[in-house]
Design a protein around this ligand. Sequence first.
Ligand code: PLP
Length: 593
Amino acid sequence: MSTPEAISSKDFDLTHRDIAYFSMEIALSPQLPTYSGGLGMLAGDTLRSAADTSSPVVAISLVYHRGYFRQQLSDVGQQTETDVPWAPDRLPAGPSVSIHIQDRQIQLRSWRYDVIGTTGHIVPVFLLDSDVEGNDPWDRKLTDQLYGGDSYYRLCQEAILGLSGIALLQALGVKPEVYHMNEGHASLLTIGLLEERLQGRPLSEATDDDRAAVREKCVFTTHTPVPAGHDQFGLDQMNQVLGSDRSVAIEAAGGIHNGLLNMTYLALGLSRYVNGVAMQHGKVSQYMFPEYKVHAITNGIHAATWMAPSFQELFDAEIPEWRTDNFYFRSVYGIDPARISACHVKNKHRLFAWLARRTGHYFNPSVLTLGFARRVATYKRAGLLLHDPERLCALAEKIGGLQILYAGKAHPADNAGKALIRDVYAAAVKLNSESLKIYYIENYDWELGAMLTQGVDVWVNTPRRPYEASGTSGMKAAVNGVPSLSVLDGWWIEGCAENTTGWAIENGESEEIEANSLYHKLENSIAPLWANPNAWARIQQHCIGINGAFFNTQRMLGQYFENAYYPAGPSKFSLLPSEEESLSESALSQGNK
Ligand SMILES: *Cc1c(COP(=O)(O)O)cnc(C)c1O
């Protein structure tokens, strides 16, 4: 059983928490199984940057007693799952609240996890917990499993996140100016806000003014570029779980779409600012929701979380300012590229030593090594790299050897995803040779994600366009001087400078064409460059200087403050000097003249 490591007993001020951030999953620490993949990582990295920049943020999520699962793979790659129970009661307790859903009361308690920034600022995260004595036995299990159960279970969880999240903030005496929904799972907070505003009057009495007042406080980030990916529930379920009064309010807000409760439409209807998570995703979302204005703020990663110790030491020595201001990564051009390569060599050795310990498999540090690790979803096309086995084998031999490291969990109910893992296993059995080594690593999680993005030579990503809203693992690679070879989708449209920060797999009408492009670049662009250490060191430098400096959550959060949270006029959180400051500065300098 894992226990939370960072327990703070520090008292802190909750009176000025202007931003409330709601997310179904948040990756808080490598020890806590409260996340499934990219959405939770993004939430965690966002809060870590909020803490670093002393931003007045408070966050809400659920506790998940059983944890998101540990993956076991049999010798043919068959996935099985086991729970990862943990001990939230080691955390300080937050307030308890009560909500009325499914025609009965549910008591929720809460646990507080403190995200602590570089200068000690705390962003408290409250994890809601329905396992309270006196609750209906079924209700006590509602905060057990992340993305578990059926749609009824899921709707109850979303009701807890949104409705008791608002109740919890009231109980804390926090009065946020902005409520940020990280994906549609959190949409019911809008109904919680409407209830708060009506103070016990029925929601059916809510007027356009009431809805406008809620809208004025809400910001919504959508993460899914396909309609099927958006949370939807039957109207009978909506009535059963939420009751008729709230159902009327949801309908009035535009939350019913094609005869279903649609969480994305509910959020769209009651948010004043809506955004996608990369420029392309903003466009795709705008096309999907033409009735609403959709902006874009490109995702990032929390640099200090993902950068290898070797690089952290180098930067602490050369550009220590990076810890509080990631723009300083641009100054990597003042560092000898050979020192950057040396850090990468260390990271590669570190990864291989770790793999040897954990799996008993040995990899050769002097062989070009590709990494492919992500949630196993069919659109991510783990198999594209293996599309033409003969060509891959010939290529590996020609370039002096190739190692490919795979990792990723399939959702327990995703049989197609599980089959993909078995396919990679089968390919490895068939193709592994002197010059080609394919290996699937069990149990992709935070730690493995970090080791891989730090230690491989090239990060590969092959989503089917336009399904990758953003993608963030390639950003983790970039800040570690690891270039990407990727389909031009999500963040890579913005991050790819060909032969500089990595390579684009050309868009094709078929998998055949895309696989061809992948092999062609590997053979003719990547391998020759990699064989030239000086040229490769330059590439590594560009990854950090160009992409590390931009694709981080510090820049991203700054953009949220500027564009989403406080768009009107100079805000108190402006990255640029406010008008008054610059005036007084110019007055000062004039006075000096
Ligand atoms: C970064 C990360 C992800 C998200 O990666 P994508 O490139 O967006 O797929 C998922 N899972 C883990 C464990 C991660 O570290």
